[in-house]
Structure formats: structure tokens, C-alpha cells
Ligand binder design. Structure first.
Ligand code: ZN
Length: 323
């Protein structure tokens, strides 16, 4: 039996997929990411247990795996396999490829999660017809990926496509990375929670989410945001539409640099809100775009949802193996 595996190590959950060579999913396993002081070795050990579950469900064993790809929420140095910085996992300059490979007992290919998601949407999802694609993935943070002529573009040190940290407002809101005015500080679950909190605390605004969320909206789920949005909660609509307008503005910036044929939007928040969120994105895009008609760039929502990142990790491992 020949199979492949893709693993998405997210800030809150791990998703393991077992796939055949045509990217059909044979089995899956999902669990929480070990955090709160866990060492990278312990985090990888928990991932191995989930991978064991997924293999058992598929009736396969470790020696059946041809390609194994892992996606992580940080930039990865393509040469050393070192993780640059992941605030969510508490990783900084960690030799993660080496640690993961030792724990899983075999070679693997490791890559940034949004790079993987963009690659999967290009190969198998919403951006399939296009050779030049940029992806934005809105979850706890905001990740990006760039495909040029059908290939993932990593840059000189693996830092290309860090679109969440492009500055969209000089001296703007503080970002988790330490800079000010990053896109992630305007359009991510972390940003939405902080903006809701500020409006409730200092402007005395009301939202239905105050009843279900903890103080400061720290445990905000994408599904809660979407429910309040569709129920017409005025503050939630305002905060989300302002955030996604900024994403449209950032899209216009990317188009002025790369002029891709297609932009794909994914991640938990986008998946929960669906096509309804395209309107403010398009507004931010068309009002800030230079030199061409906004209708000439295709803006689409992810088709693969949660599966995009682990599937892309496996596709990336397959593609790199051939190089
Ligand atoms: Zn930042």
C-alpha cells in the first residue's frame, strides 16, 4: 500500500490527513496542539500519536508513506529547516525539521502553513485554473502565500509571503510581532477580539458576543463571529467589515507588486463567513487599486476549507521530492 501524509500544526489544533497520490483523503485525525510550556519535542510527540491514529483508520503503516509534509505557523528557512518565529507555539529559531523528523522516525518536508494552503488551492481548489496566485489565510493571525508560474515562491530566506506583516498603516495598531500597523493587527481573530473589547470597554458599545465570550473576547471562535454577523449584530458587522476592507486594501498592494490572476481567501474566519465577506474586500480592493480594472483580478473564497493546509503540506512534499 502506497499512501502520503499531510500534517497541519496550527496554533490551537493539529489536523492529520492520509491521502492517495491523487490527493483523495483516505482518513483524518484531529486533536489539540500541545501548548502552555510544552517543549517542541513534546508537541511533536503528541502529533505522532495523532498520525498513528490516522494511519490506523486508513489501514496503513508508517512504512507505506511515500511523501510526508508538515505545515507550521511560522516561516521556515528552506536550507536549515529552522522555524523562525511562532508566537502561538512559543517557538523561536527552533530546528523544527530535525526535531520532527527524529520524533516521527523518517524524513519529511516542512513548510509555512499559509504557503501550503495557497499551494493546495492552486493545485486542487478554488484557484486551480490559474498559474499566478496569492493566498490570504485569516485565522488567529493572518498568513499569506505566493505562487508564481505554478511554483511556491519562498524568497531568499523563506520569508516571502508573510503578508500579515505588511504595514498598511504607518504608526498604526500594535501587532503581535512587535511592529505597528501590520495587516494582521486589523484583519485576524486576534484583531477582531481586541477591537470588540476596545469598543465595549471605552465606547460603551454593545454586542451579543459579550454574553458568550470571556473578558476581552479572548476565546472568540470563528463560528460565534459568523453567527453574530449573520444575525445583524451592529458592532460585529462594523468590526468585520472594517477589517476585511483593510484586507482588500492589502490585496491592492499585492496586485501592484505581483499582478497575479487570482487571489484566494481562506482560513477559519473566512470559512465561517463564506462569500458574504467578499463585498468589503472588493470595496477595499477597488478603492485602492492602481492602473487596472478591479474586475480583471479574480477574487475567490477557498474551496478546500480546513483540508487546504495539510493537503498543501503533502503536495509540497511531493513536488520538492521531484526537484
Ligand atoms: Zn506584525
Amino acid at each position: 500500500m502506497k499512501i502520503n501524509m499531510g500534517i497541519d500544526v496550527g496554533g490551537t489544533k493539529v489536523l492529520v490527513l492520509v491521502l492517495d497520490n491523487n490527493y483523495n483523503i483516505l482518513s483524518r485525525a484531529k486533536g489539540k496542539t500541545l501548548k502552555g510550556g510544552a517543549t517542541p519535542e513534546e508537541t511533536c510527540g503528541a502529533i505522532k500519536n495523532l498520525a498513528d491514529d490516522a494511519l490506523e483508520k486508513a489501514g496503513a503503516k508508517w512504512s507505506d508513506i511515500v511523501d510526508l509534509g508538515v505545515a507550521v505557523p511560522t516561516s521556515i528557512d528552506p536550507q536549515s529547516g529552522e522555524a523562525f518565529l511562532s508566537p502561538a507555539l512559543g517557538w523561536k529559531n527552533i530546528p523544527i525539521r530535525k526535531i520532527m523528523s527524529k520524533t516521527l522516525g523518517r524524513e519529511l518536508v516542512i513548510e509555512n502553513d499559509a504557503n501550503c494552503g495557497t499551494l493546495a488551492e492552486h493545485v486542487k481548489g478554488a484557484a486551480k485554473p490559474f498559474k499566478n496566485v496569492v493566498g490570504f489565510f485569516v485565522g488567529t493571525g493572518l498568513g499569506g502565500g505566493i505562487i508564481i508560474n505554478g511554483e511556491l515562491y519562498r524568497g531568499a530566506r523563506g520569508l516571502a509571503g508573510e503578508l500579515g506583516h505588511e504595514t498598511i498603516k504607518f504608526n498604526g495598531r500594535k501587532c503581535g510581532c512587535g511592529k505597528r500597523g501590520c495587516l494582521e493587527a486589523y484583519c485576524s481573530k486576534t484583531a477582531f477580539a481586541a477591537t470588540l473589547h476596545k469598543n465595549v470597554e471605552s465606547k460603551n458599545r454593545k454586542t451579543v458576543l459579550s454574553k458568550t465570550s470571556s473578558a476581552k473576547f479572548k476565546n472568540l471562535r470563528s463560528s460565534d463571529l459568523a453567527e453574530a454577523y449573520f444575525d445583524g449584530d451592529e458592532l460585529v458587522r462594523e468590526v468585520l467589515e472594517d477589517g476585511f476592507y483593510m484586507l482588500g486594501l492589502a490585496t491592492a498592494n499585492v496586485v501592484s507588486i505581483l499582478d497575479p490572476e487570482c487571489i484566494v481567501y481562506g482560513g477559519g474566519v473566512v470559512e465561517a463567513l463564506g462569500n458574504s465577506i467578499i463585498k468589503p474586500i472588493k470595496q477595499g480592493f477597488s478603492e485602492n487599486l492602481f492602473g487596472k480594472k478591479s474586475s480583471n483580478t479574480c477574487l475567490v473564497i477557498s474551496e478546500l476549507g480546513d483540508d487546504a493546509v495539510p493537503m498543501g503540506a503533502m503536495i509540497n512534499a511531493k513536488m520538492r521530492g521531484k526537484n
